[in-house]
Write a protein that binds this ligand. Structure first.
Ligand SMILES: Nc1ncnc2c1ncn2[C@@H]1O[C@H](COP(=O)(O)OP(=O)(O)OP(=O)(O)O)[C@@H](O)[C@H]1O
Length: 303
């Protein structure tokens, strides 16, 4: 993955995007900047507005208001040439059940001016052994690999991955992560990933935006987000009488120093736990559910 070049024009730019369905507001002014070669994860609980946001960026849904530019065009007016520069990994290829794997991929390749070689692509996603198999005989994970192959056959500059590893076993998930990293690092493909999987987001994404209740509540590298959490570090130890103790503090090194100063010898069971991405995420979701203002710094621009 490359370091985002913030001076270059972003591949995806959204400003103050709102969306309402039948008078109910589900997006409340989303701002996003995603740069070339960046793997960007949109993370959020069910109903947060991830799919709505992504469909607006893909040009499949009309926003209520706001500005959007994707690969230099407004997605609402994207033509075929623009669409050919975008790859989608959705769960929407279910109509082609009778096709054989290699046939389907070869067929899709004809839609693009400079497609990848279907056989090489099957090898890349680990489906060479299934080339002659009917699509409806594939396992769930194999099906998803085919979805990925279909999404990248046209050499997209921007790839949308909607919960891409659902149904993958750990090895397939690992291979998929390596593939996404390769696409971003070696080919400069920009990737927008939606996921509920914090481990996947942390593993893959250069930056993560947390969308909660239709607002971007935080955006940054996984490390930045974990550190920005309101959650404090937790220090655990075992007291002299054997009682387990724990204390939350913004200054764990000071607490550990004080414990050492007051102790006769080593401190049993000493452990310092820093806030994780999961802590940040759960903190925000709980704030939203409690009806409090969960924004880390008010409105956050994912730029
Ligand atoms: N076509 C629609 N008509 C009316 N309401 C909709 C429509 N699509 C989505 N919604 C509502 O908009 C909100 C955001 O939905 P969206 O699918 O964008 O969330 P999400 O973050 O992708 O959720 P999930 O993780 O469950 O897929 C939800 O409250 C949902 O019920």
């Amino acid at each position: 993955m490359t370091t985002p070049t913030t001076t270059a024009r972003p591949v995806v730019r959204a400003r103050d995007v709102t969306m309402s369905y039948g008078g109910i507001d589900v997006l409340h002014g989303v701002d996003l900047d995603i740069h070339r070669g960046e793997v960007f994860a949109l993370l959020g609980p069910n109903g947060a507005g991830k799919t709505t946001t992504v469909e607006i960026l893909e040009g499949f849904r009309r926003r209520s208001a706001g500005e959007v530019s994707v690969l230099g065009a407004d997605p609402e007016r994207g033509d075929d040439a623009w669409r050919g520069r975008i790859g989608l990994v959705l769960q929407s290829w279910r109509d082609h059940r009778r096709w054989r794997v290699a046939e389907l991929l070869t067929h899709f390749a004809t839609y693009y001016p400079d497609p990848r070689d279907p056989a090489a692509l099957l090898a890349l996603v680990g489906l060479t052994g299934q080339a002659g198999q009917q699509v409806d005989r594939l396992s769930g994970g194999q099906r998803r690999r085919l979805d990925v192959a279909l999404g990248i056959v046209g050499r997209p500059e921007l790839l949308f991955l909607d919960e891409p590893t659902t149904g993958f076993d750990p090895e397939a998930r690992h291979e998929f992560h390596v593939l996404v990293e390769r696409l971003a690092r070696e080919e400069g493909v920009t990737v927008l990933l939606t996921t509920h999987d914090l481990v996947e987001a942390e593993r893959l994404a250069d930056r993560i935006a947390m969308l909660v209740g239709g607002r971007i509540r935080a955006c940054g590298t996984p490390t930045e987000l974990a550190l920005r959490a309101a959650a404090q570090a937790e220090v655990r130890w075992t007291a002299d009488d054997g009682t387990p103790r724990r204390e939350r503090t913004e200054d764990p090194s000071r607490l550990v120093w004080e414990l050492h100063r007051d102790a006769d010898g080593p401190i049993a069971g000493l452990e310092v736990r820093r806030p994780t991405l999961e802590d940040t995420y759960l903190h925000m979701v709980h704030q939203e559910n409690d009806g409090t203002d969960g924004a880390v710094n008010g409105k956050v621009r994912a730029a």
